[in-house]
Design a protein around this ligand. Sequence first.
Ligand code: PLP
Length: 478
Amino acid sequence: MDTRDHDPTILNEADRWRARDLAVLWHPCTQMREHLNLSAAADGGRDDVLPLLPVARGEGAWLIGHDGGRTLDAVSSWWTNLHGHAEPRIADAIGRQAHTLEQVILAGCSHAPAVELAERLLALAPRAPGTAPLSKVFYADNGSAGVEVALKMAFHWFRNRGDEPRRTKFVALENGYHGETLGALSVGDIPLYRRVYAPLLTEALFAPSPDAYLARDGQSAAGAAEDAADALARLFDDHPGEICALILEPRVQCAGGMRMHDPVYLKRARELCDVHGVFLIADEIAVGFGRTGTMFASEQSGVMPDLLCLSKGLTGGFLPLAAVLATQTLYDGFLDDSRERAFLHSHSYTGNPLACAAALASLDIFAQDDVLARNRATAATMARYAAELARHRHVADARQAGMIVAFELTRDGDRRAPFDPALRIGLRAYRAALARGVLLRPLGDILYWMPPYCIDDAQLAQLATVTRDAIDEATACA
Ligand SMILES: Cc1ncc(COP(=O)(O)O)c(C=O)c1O
């Protein structure tokens, strides 16, 4: 179905927006040249072109253009949106809050949305038998800032205890991603984002990824995860008393290509952290709030981290907010007469009431609509479509964790034979899908679906058809 039934006179408005945008905006995570190449492409010149999609409004899983054309948001607007765009219950909650208290300094002041949200997050957070639950919430205003908070807390706790200068190192996973600020980038391992800033980064130790896609021939996902955990154990053994925290993305390394791993890895990682007295930081910024099937991915391993980083879906995708949940042990390590032993980290908008109100409304929707149960049905439909696409000759792997599905495109479906990166297969698929009314945003040559939870059966059918057509068109050059 072509939903992009344009009125040519209004279409000009979309073009006018593109021109106004490119005259003044510098877009995130974008080689701007690829947008600017549009005119060159129109002259028949170039192929490395990234179309810019002007969006006038959103409605459910749709992004709607100035011409009324509809595009399916298959990536939940960078994995933030949960219940659909412009969801009225969240929009109303923000409106009510805006008429009550829009912002107040959270150092020295308190407000109801911040307190209520902290209470509810702590009640929902993963638990482990015999372990005191996570008991304190520190707010920040985006995912990277949340990661900085967790890293600094872990380091500072040991310093307060008098372990400095020895406990200064972080362990992170190969192919992991934790954001773009310098601290978060230091524990990230995606060369495209990291390499150029390497001279500015603090040193981190990287352990092999438990990624099931890297399993040896005949090896199970659990086997690959166990091997990776053994390697982590050796790394810990090689640095006794030097490591303050391990940071990882439970279950799915999202920016690393939606690479998934067996839950046994997190279980083993928790055990190793306990043995070595190292804090475990679970970065659930992308996988939290139901993305992988359970409310939090850590639950699938029966693990409670010492620090849990949340953002993205926290507000249902409406406003930037991060929450770092910490154990009482961590919190107590900062209680002292000295201000230097306090955690003096702050952002102006820490715990913004509008963002907290949005988050509370999103949590209400989880209960009102029984979102996790509905997602199980949606994920089963996604699995059926994924199984069909898995048979495509260029799909080397189709994998799923709850509401995330990913397709690894290679030459003739052979894992060891990736496409020549110069072919830009992912970018071609992006353009092909966009022309058919679906916003995919491939990670290299990996296509994935991570839609808003409100996506319906007809939209899923469109998503599957368009993905197949996009793969066909993109790989025709190979
Ligand atoms: C796992 C993970 N951690 C941290 C971040 C950084 O979040 P933000 O983009 O809000 O800074 C991201 C963003 O994609 C992420 O996927």
